[in-house]
Design a protein around this ligand. Structure first.
Ligand code: ADP
Ligand code: ZN
Length: 737
């Protein structure tokens, strides 16, 4: 017997091995094996298939051992991973490894899974009255009669009694005449805040759920567009409850930072032990244990971050991607994949319903909805009918706005208006959040008078300041100009603004000496525990002001917060990234969603040098549609996604080596470009990281297929880079740093 194996190494492609007769029964699809590879006698491999014949002229070697007692990957997962390996141009072994929980990777093998939870079928109340109406559906009638006679029975028993029971039962469930339940979930823990009872849906929610229900059983992607607080999560919960009643499993992907105890708690409160949670805050043994519960079928609902797209849930009926626009769904290190995009592929493989939820969908997803590939469901209002918070914009440029608190330099970037609002909020006994998307490695070069920052005319992304050479550089194409002290637009003084959360924290303390202020960023909190404890103190109202980065922007629900201040919106606008405007709009919308979750109305203040920027002006009026319209038009003009595809090629090595490799890649790409266009090679925005020099090349093309010839030409160079640097391919790149 022959077996096709992906080896856990940085190589593309798969390898064929012989299976010794003694191992044959154990070598099954999705298990790990030990195989000789190169000079290693026992490399880990993943069993992907059983070819009839071996490639010519290859001396076959034997599988050395089988590492697992059961397959770690189900057949649909193997298909999903193979699709991903091919599309993302990554080594398959690395991808299969990334799909497993880290605890399992370290161990020798997994223990055998126990039988999965028993499922029961039962008639619904009042079903007896519907028997006569089933005259034309004899199979359904037989099943319902059986259930009415026997009550709640294990599904196995029903199947044994009536061989064709399953489709009939599914039809009965759809008609609301029968239900299917997994072994009763454990009662919700006493510490869970949410009430487990499902509320009656609003008309908009009910319409969305009905559309999802109607689609059940076939691949159907939906975009669920609804502002924060419009009840999206409740729609997910009820759609999952229906799927579970049909015996189907569910996958819920949430952003890294969105997987708060609150959200996990809501799922646990509704579904109890049927929920397994997978995220990086768990210890490896905890993660392994949760993974095993899913693999064994003891839990059929997985709530997790990015890598949970590979969770071993069988027979998935619903896949939810909450905050689908969030950047954390893109894996940046190791095998670069996008979990939201893989969710589309997995939903197709599993014939599942896909719910992509967001208040500010990515333009890729919006465009798919506009072209009719996804069905659009809207929740236009907040559940409680509360209005969206009022957003006020303060112009920081001296010429138009009057600038910052010049009289009190210790207040830093806090404008007189922001200072006033902070004081008022504290005096009213309410809480404030101050948000700053700080970039630790860069200062922002702006004109103090007019606020102008420079953009590359070819690429339309912000130029980045380099202190060492004192130039402004485009990190897409390499264009570069010296920095002059005067603003080329108005003649005013340009300044490098160094801003960070620490300075803001100091400013708040100077302004409000009695207030309880805490900072939340990667420097201030180190682990998930720290983060949770600061958030818990804030939730208990033991803190008045929370100053932080992205970490404060998402997912949390603090009823006491009535003021959200964005200290400097321009930091994210200035990112050298074609998505800078989109990300800024999304961030502002998220942040604004934090205000006024309780009884009091919320206020949002945004400070900026660019009040006229659509990303800021549309956030002020909560106008996603207008923002998206303008942004899509601009993307079309410059052929950026969703109008076309991109591929990034990242190079890392010594200073001379990275440059040489990048230049060689550029030369190799040129004759292969076809319909693709090349930007660069250019130094990456993070030019040095962990002692390595970084370069990149960007390719734009009308479709993914047009990037293939470029990849083929570059792969030859990447295999033997002349400068000895490491080369990584990144399809549909997200971070441009
Ligand atoms: P989103 O996910 O869109 O932010 P949620 O589903 O979290 O919205 O709903 C916001 C709040 O409203 C939550 O506290 C939730 O419990 C509550 N809620 C949602 N739907 C309903 C409903 N139909 N009736 C009453 N309360 C609801
Ligand atoms: Zn450029």
């Amino acid at each position: 017997m022959l077996v096709e194996v992906a080896v856990a190494a940085a190589v593309r492609g798969t390898f064929t091995y012989r299976v010794p007769a003694s191992l044959e029964p154990e070598v099954t699809l999705g298990r790990r094996v030990a195989v000789p590879f190169g000079r290693s006698p026992r490399a880990t491999g993943y069993v992907l298939g059983f070819p009839e014949s071996a490639p010519d002229g290859v001396a076959l070697r034997d599988v050395a051992a089988v590492l697992d007692q059961f397959p770690l990957f189900t057949a649909p997962l193997v298909k999903l991973l193979r699709w991903a390996e091919d599309y993302y141009l990554v080594p398959p072994g690395e991808l299969f490894r990334a799909a497993l929980p880290p605890g399992l990777n370290a161990r020798g093998g997994g223990e055998a899974p126990a039988r999965r939870a028993v499922e029961f079928a039962a008639p619904c109340d009042g079903a007896a009255g519907a028997l006569d109406g089933l005259g034309r559906a004899p199979a359904q009638r037989a099943v319902l009669e059986y259930l009415l006679a026997r009550g709640r029975i294990p599904l196995e028993e029903l199947r044994a009694a009536l061989p064709k029971a399953r489709p009939a039962l599914t039809a009965l469930v759809k008609r609301g005449l029968a239900r299917v339940e997994a072994e009763a979930p454990a009662p919700a823990g006493a510490e869970l805040p949410a009430s487990a009872a499902a509320p009656a849906l609003t008309p908009a929610q009910a319409a969305a759920l009905a559309a999802v229900e109607e689609a059940a059983g076939a691949y159907t992607p939906f975009l669920l567009l609804g502002v924060t607080g419009s009840g999206k999560t409740e729609v997910y919960l009820q759609a999952i409850a229906r799927a579970r009643a049909r015996g189907k499993g569910a996958l819920v992907l949430v952003p890294e930072i969105g997987l708060t105890p609150q959200l996990a708690g809501r799922f646990r409160a509704r579904f109890g032990a049927d929920v397994a949670v997978l995220h990086s805050g768990l210890t490896p043994p905890e993660r392994h244990a949760e993974w095993l519960r899913l693999r064994r079928g003891e839990a059929r609902i997985c709530v997790g971050v990015r890598s949970a797209i590979f969770a071993p849930v069988e027979d998935v009926g619903v896949i939810v991607v909450d905050e689908e626009h969030d950047g954390s769904f893109k894996q940046e290190d190791g095998p670069a994949y996008h979990a939201r995009d893989l969710a589309v592929v997995r939903a197709r493989l599993e014939q599942a319903v896909l719910l992509l939820g967001s208040a500010t969908p990515s333009l890729e997803t919006l465009e798919n909805a506009r072209r009719g590939r996804y069905r659009l469901l809207e929740l236009p209002e907040r559940v409680d009918g509360r209005p969206m918070p009022e957003v006020e914009v303060v112009d920081l440029s001296r010429r138009r706005g009057g600038g910052r608190g010049a009289a009190r330099p210790e207040l830093g970037l806090l404008s007189p208006r922001l200072a006033e609002m902070l004081r008022e909020t504290l005096a009213a006994g309410q809480q404030s959040i101050l948000f700053l998307n700080r970039r630790g490695y860069e200062t922002l070069v702006v004109c103090e008078d007019c606020g102008r920052e420079e953009q590359c005319e070819r690429c339309s992304v912000s130029l980045t300041h380099h202190r060492r050479r004192n130039v402004l550089t485009c990190h897409y194409c390499g264009y570069s100009v010296p920095v002059t002290p005067e603003c080329p637009a108005c003649g005013g003084m340009r300044r490098g603004l160094g801003v960070g959360t620490e300075q803001v924290e100091a400013g708040v303390k100077a302004l409000l000496p009695g207030a309880r202020v805490e900072r939340l960023d990667r420097d201030a909190v180190s682990g998930a525990d720290d983060l949770a404890s600061v958030l818990a103190r804030f939730a208990r109202r033991e803190l008045d002001v929370l100053v932080g980065t992205q970490m404060v922007a998402k997912g949390h629900d603090f009823p006491g917060v009535t003021l959200v201040g964005v200290v400097l919106a321009d930091t994210s606008l200035a990112l050298p990234d074609f998505r800078a405007r989109e990300r800024t709009f999304q961030l502002l919308a998220q942040v604004a969603g934090r205000a006024g979750r309780g009884g009091e109305a919320g206020r949002v203040l945004v400070q900026t040098f660019h009040p006229e920027e659509p990303a800021i002006d549309c956030a002020r009026t909560h106008d996603y549609a207008r923002f998206a319209e303008g942004e899509l038009a601009w993307r079309r003009q410059l052929a950026y996604p969703p109008h076309g595809r991109m591929m990034a090629v990242r190079v890392e090595g010594s200073e001379a080596g990275a440059r040489r490799t990048a230049e060689a890649l550029g030369q190799a790409a040129r004759p292969a470009l076809g319909r693709a266009m090349m930007l660069g090679p250019a130094p990456a925005a993070l030019e040095r990281l962990r002692g390595k020099s970084r370069w990149h090349l960007l390719f734009k093309a009308p479709d993914a297929a047009s990037l293939r010839p470029v990849h083929r030409a570059l792969a030859r160079v990447a295999a033997r880079p002349p400068g000895g640097a490491a080369v990584r391919f990144d399809m549909d790149p997200y971070s441009m740093l």
